[in-house]
Design a protein around this ligand. Structure first.
Ligand code: DSN
Length: 417
């Protein structure tokens, strides 16, 4: 992809694409929900399939001219079924939030009781936060983590489920560094008569490599975004069984979406084929090894991590002992080219906008080929910056280290805007 037409037609946009690509190239992307999709995935996204309207599903469309997009969408479905071992897959959701909403629409009635992990303890907005439609349409009861261990307490989840008799329990998180025991959650669901939803968006890659429990066959419905550890296009899919297939399909289209983005579905098909290879399994396994190495390096420097470490691809730094906010820390790191995000930590004394934690992870750096040796260097560098975020000499040294690492692990040599 050389963007030559774009450069002629709209040099302003071409320049901005170039600058953003260079930012990713010259820095260290450590926001755990971000990754670098392959150029093959990017090419599929930038294709003429974007022009096609195809409301409906393969073989049942409302427009003519679907002979090729039908094949593309069916291929994506078949590959996803094979990849996850799922009886039914809907590949049309445009994003994780809309996909979760479609699942609720399919399986719940407004006012139904649902359980989900609290946002400030690792959960997602769409898992019942009051500012999100999920928390407004349904009666969400939030479970959390224990104060002493900062881990989910299944006895507490069971006690809440017994008392509240939810129609569904939502599992999965955006900022939880430990695993979800789907088998145990299913037992609780069965005791309470609830459905189990597994939102595996963050750690899906680790489910495929065997480094995190797989949600199937335990979950009734699984939702995953495709751009995080799955390393595909920015999008989502829903997996379910034959029992809920029709309701899920109807809730996606026409329930919550119109025409599907067939160019993105083509890119999902490419990503699923990539994810079936032994190379992807090795990649996803390495994400976990790198996270362990990064956590160990940070701990060795005296940095406090929520729950004391990680079992997956991400970790949360508690900034309180450092005497800084998450914003000060993440902005100092960004000034050095290390991209993380400020994040609430369990029982945060700050707010969602001014929290006292920093969330970071290893999926994107692992895509670049970095290993445990690099994680040790990065861990030491991050610790030095967080201990002295206003010290010019420290920041200059960190910038130098980042540039050396970025140059040693080149990104997207094929992309020149
Ligand atoms: N899924 C969130 C994240 O983890 O960054 C954004 O909604």
């Amino acid at each position: 992809m050389d963007y030559s037409n774009l450069r002629t037609t709209d040099p302003t946009v071409a320049d901005l694409i170039q600058k953003e690509t260079d930012r990713q190239r010259n820095g260290l992307v450590m926001i755990p929900s971000e990754n670098h999709a392959s150029v093959a995935v990017l090419e599929a996204m930038g294709s003429a399939l974007s022009n096609k309207y195809a409301e409906g599903y393969p073989g049942k469309r409302y427009y003519t001219g679907n002979q090729y997009v039908d094949q593309v969408e069916q291929l994506a479905i078949d590959r996803a079924k094979q990849l996850f071992g799922a009886p039914h897959v809907n590949v049309q959701p445009n994003a994780g939030s809309g996909a979760n909403l479609a699942i609720y629409l399919a399986l719940l009635k407004p006012g139904d009781t649902v359980m989900g992990l609290k946002l400030d303890q690792g959960g997602h907005l769409t898992h019942g936060h009051p500012v999100n439609v999920s928390g407004q349409l349904y009666r969400f009861i939030q479970y959390g983590v224990r104060k002493d261990t900062q881990r989910i307490d299944l006895d507490e989840v069971r006690a809440i489920a017994k008392k509240e008799k939810p129609k569904m329990i939502v599992t999965g998180a955006t900022a939880y560094p430990r695993i979800f025991d789907f088998k145990a959650f299913k037992e609780i669901c069965d005791e309470a008569g609830a459905l189990l939803l597994a939102d595996i968006s963050h750690f899906v890659g680790l489910c495929l490599s065997g480094d995190h429990p797989h949600p199937l066959p335990h979950a009734d419905v699984v939702m995953t975004t495709t751009h995080k550890t799955l390393r595909g296009p920015r999008s989502a899919i829903i997996l379910t069984n034959e029992k809920h297939a029709k309701a899920i399909d109807r809730a996606v289209f026409p329930g919550t979406q119109g025409g599907p983005m067939e160019h993105i579905i083509a890119a999902k098909a490419v990503c699923f084929a990539e994810a079936m290879t032994p190379e992807f399994k090795a990649y996803a396994h390495q994400i976990g090894l790198n996270a362990q190495a990064l956590a160990a390096a940070l701990l060795a420097e005296g940095i406090t991590l929520v729950s004391g470490g990680t079992d997956n691809h991400l970790m949360l730094i508690d900034c309180n002992p450092l005497g800084i906010t998450g914003r000060t820390g993440s902005e100092a790191l960004a000034a050095c080219g290390i991209y993380t995000n400020r994040n609430t930590i369990p029982f945060d004394q700050g707010s969602a906008f001014e929290p006292t934690g920093i969330r970071l992870g290893t999926p994107a750096l692992t895509t670049r080929g970095m290993g445990t040796k690099e994680m040790e260097i990065i861990g030491r560098t991050i610790a030095a910056v967080l201990k002295q975020p206003a010290d010019e000499a420290t920041l200059t040294q960190a910038q130098k280290t980042v540039r050396e690492l970025a140059d040693a692990f080149p990104l997207y040599p094929e992309l020149r805007a």
